[in-house]
Design a protein. Structure first.
Length: 191
């Protein structure tokens, strides 16, 4: 597909609303920023928590009505892995968020959210291709992640953190992202 023309980051009021939600999520965690993961990693974890609130998965994605929502990461010992531990046990849409470390042998389709840290492009593409069109919300922070088949890409601009969404990929996976979430994002297409 042809890449879409670059769109500006969401307006300041929109980013302020999402940043407010992220800060609220951080403040509710009861942890201080001085301990453990970096502030940037904690902010991204709070965003991921909020992404789960604005995403609808197909009912068949869950084994039972009370099944947890699995957030998966390749390295739980990384800064981001530690930050994601801070949202473990929190509730989103009536489901408990649980963190799972995944590796090359793990069936990634058992995840509901997969965070891919900055990895070599080949490794990232391998993980995305293993998923196919499975209903797994893929989130990454590598430049071009959304254009290369990921669903949500974190984008830093100065001191601001925004995100891009590849809506086509999410829809092919059967995920519904709320209009509220989409209004805060830069929408991109596959490259």
């Amino acid at each position: 597909m042809t890449p879409s023309a670059p769109q500006p980051l969401p307006s300041r009021p929109r980013q302020a609303r999402l940043l407010g939600l992220a800060c609220l999520a951080l403040s509710l965690s009861g942890e201080t920023l001085a301990d453990g993961p970096s502030q940037a990693a904690r902010l991204k974890a709070a965003f991921i928590f909020n992404f789960t609130k604005y995403t609808d998965w197909p009912a068949a994605s869950f084994a039972a009505a009370d099944a947890p929502l699995w957030v998966c990461v390749l390295r739980t010992d990384s800064d981001m892995g530690q930050a994601l531990q801070g949202i473990t046990g929190r509730a989103s849409k009536g489901r408990s968020l649980q963190l799972r470390r995944v590796d090359a042998g793990t069936d990634l389709k058992t995840c509901h959210v997969l965070f891919l840290e900055r990895e070599p492009a080949m490794a990232q593409q391998h993980s995305l291709s293993r998923l196919g069109n499975a209903p797994v919300l893929t989130v990454g922070d590598a430049e071009g992640f959304a254009e290369q088949g990921g669903m949500i890409e974190f984008e830093a601009s100065g001191q601001r953190l925004g995100f891009a969404i590849n809506l086509d990929v999410a829809q092919r996976a059967g995920l519904r992202l709320s209009a509220q979430l989409l209004s805060l994002a830069r929408i991109v297409k596959d490259s």
